[in-house]
Design a protein around this ligand. Sequence first.
Ligand code: G6P
Ligand code: MG
Length: 222
Amino acid sequence: MFKGILFDLDGVLTDTAEYHYQAWQRLGKEIGITIDRAFNEELKGVSREDSLKLLLAHGDRTQDFDSEQFAELAQRKNEYYVEMIQEVSTADVYPGILDLLKRLKKQGIKISLASASKNGPFLLEKMSLLPYFDGIADPADVAKGKPDPEIFQLAAEKIGLTAVDCIGIEDAKAGIQAILASGAFPIGVGRPEDLGTDIVLVSSTEELTADFLTSSWQTARN
Ligand code: G6P
Ligand code: MG
């Protein structure tokens, strides 16, 4: 049986992946770079700085900004994003998530956060989910972001486990790659067009019941 769950946050616990998209779109517009949802799939799960690099490369503007300007752009995007998440509350927790967290707690399964977002703890607090988390991996402590496995390995470490004993839940391509590389068992939230057909997928968090997780784990690992 799995001993821990490593949760991504944006797009898994709540709809903040959409706010990240809107904030990147707004910043992009200001510097003349248009992005669409297909391109946004490349940004999901990726750190703020790496996302900005991808955005600038997408608009062929990498050379146009020195390091100071780059830092200003990253900060500006974060300001737009932070502005949008001020009103996040318990009402924004995705369907099924609270029941799942409660059930996992009862079963003694450890719960950890493996989000690349520096705004993660703020959002957990806003959604009143902090008490359910036994560990939080601080993205500032990892050298390489997703798709590198480090953040999932750290999240497992924070709950006294190794990633092989955990399930990782993700809505991003880069995140699924990170889970696979960490040795944890991935479950994707999203569409096969975006996340592939070779892993267990759910189209809604409502499907993420403790029984579903257990049977998916048992089918894959036994
Ligand atoms: C998550 C999101 C990304 C975001 C990253 C950094 O992984 O999926 O879209 O770029 O966190 O978030 P931050 O809030 O620190 O800018
Ligand atoms: Mg995500």
